[in-house]
Design a protein around this ligand. Structure first.
Ligand code: GLU
Length: 428
């Protein structure tokens, strides 16, 4: 989770270029899809608790909306850059396409560190972000959602500001809202559960029983904890999780060979997913350097934190036992590391497929919000399972039929759908 000079947008463009070659896209389609259709950069003045005004930088990038309104989260991160947001916006376009939901791709961000901001200051950032972009977002234009370090509470503040400005209730403007205030049951579980639904399907293909497997996770936020929950229900053993330690400004891996206790770890975790090191030690966890999550002798690795984590420098530390890498995070694997993983024939479930459960459930939330009719949790999770399983099977069948790895197959399917939509609309 270190800051580097790595540029995720270059990775995203390289992945796109390769896919465009495979699909033999014409030049106009390439030029259109290589870059965002629109992007907004703005300043958000915030009156801080000490009475002084501080200016925060905010972004919204709409990569493509040929298949429906732009869709994607808003990240709060001290190292946020416009190129990170561009990459993430492009990845959202492919993600909604591979999940076959009628939405495009976008992403937003604010350069800030919520660890050091009061509740009131965070609320002002959320409201300020909406004020700057209100004319260009909305239920039928661009629908934001939570992402790294943003929560249901942030979404509610944003919705409230939006509805105050437009003068009517439009709960479909944003997803990831609190349940009872327009949120969908199952949304908080959806990304993590979705990751595990794809792992379950991959294990089926490999003829391995989940109960005979073990896994190691990077991250202990919303994605990892629900992925762990479902994985443990499937009978799997999680031996290691790693996460950022705000106090020491580094990450640590927490290991228990016989399997971690999810509830026990959650009871010593802060709202950002940071585990209390001293308490973990007292509970018998081995505390290792953060990178150790990648080196565990397990069957499944789940990077569920940030981009650029499995790289040329550390990929050779992946144990020979690893059979599946399921990308809970967006863009955790660099291009070079990806080639190595393919050579080693590790089954990769790429981010756009593995973590599509979040946006799929966001789509369900939007539908419920627009209808003002809310579904039972079982219905939401049942529909999520159907969508994720069928997306997995389409990608896996396509990969086998065309002798492609899973990432390339997912890219070809999704870019083709988006390119087709742009052509059908007469844009290119
Ligand atoms: N931030 C999540 C993602 O990267 C969810 C986006 C959404 O729900 O719109 O997929």
């Amino acid at each position: 989770m270190k800051a580097t000079s790595y540029n995720p947008f270059e990775t995203a463009q390289k992945q796109f270029d390769r896919t465009a070659d495979l699909l033999q896209l014409n030049q106009a389609t390439r030029d259109l899809l290589r870059n965002p259709i629109r992007e907004y950069h703005f300043s958000i003045p915030v009156r801080m608790d000490n009475g002084k005004t501080k200016i925060f930088r905010g972004f919204r990038v709409q990569h493509n909306d040929a298949r429906g309104p732009s869709k994607g989260g808003i990240r709060f991160h001290p190292q946020e850059t416009i190129d990170t947001v561009r990459a993430l916006a492009m990845w959202m376009t492919w993600k909604t396409a591979v999940a076959e939901i009628p939405l495009g791709g976008g992403k937003g961000g604010v350069i800030c560190d919520p660890h050091n901001l009061s509740k009131n200051e965070q609320e002002q950032i959320c409201r300020g972000w909406v004020r700057q972009i209100v004319k260009n977002v909305g239920p039928y234009e661009d629908v934001p959602a939570p992402d790294v370090m943003t929560s249901a509470q942030h979404m509610l503040w944003m919705l409230d500001e939006y509805e105050t400005i437009v003068g009517e209730k439009r709960p479909g403007f944003i997803t990831g809202k609190p349940v009872g205030l327009g949120g969908s049951l199952g949304r908080k579980e959806a990304t993590g559960y979705g990751v595990m639904i794809t792992v379950r399907e991959a294990l089926k293909e490999l003829n391995i029983e989940p109960k005979n497997t073990s896994a190691s996770f990077q991250g202990f936020g919303n994605v990892a904890r629900y992925a762990i929950e479902l994985y443990q229900q499937m009978g799997g053993t999680v031996v290691c999780v790693s996460c950022w330690d705000q106090k020491d400004q580094t990450s640590y891996a927490y290991r228990k060979k016989e399997g971690i206790d999810l509830q026990e770890l959650l009871s010593i975790t802060d709202p950002f997913g940071g585990i209390d090191k001293a308490q973990a030690e007292a509970l018998g966890y081995e505390v290792l350097p953060g990178d150790a999550w990648l080196e565990q002798d397990v069957d499944i690795l789940v990077p569920a934190a940030l981009e650029n984590q499995i790289t040329q420098e550390n990929v050779n530390k992946v144990s020979g036992r690893v059979k599946i890498i399921a990308e809970g995070a967006n863009g955790p694997t660099t291009d070079e590391a990806d080639q190595y993983i393919n050579e080693r024939k590790i089954f990769i479930i790429p981010d756009l497929l593995a973590n599509a459960g979040g946006v799929t459930c966001s789509y369900f939330e939007q539908v419920q919000s627009n209808m003002n009719y809310f579904w039972e949790k079982d219905e939401v999770l049942g529909k999520l399972d159907v969508k994720m399983t069928s997306a997995f099977i389409s990608v896996s069948d396509f990969a086998k039929m065309n002798n492609l790895d899973m990432r390339s197959a997912a890219y070809v399917i999704s870019v083709d759908r988006v390119a087709q939509a742009c052509q059908d609309r007469g844009w290119v």
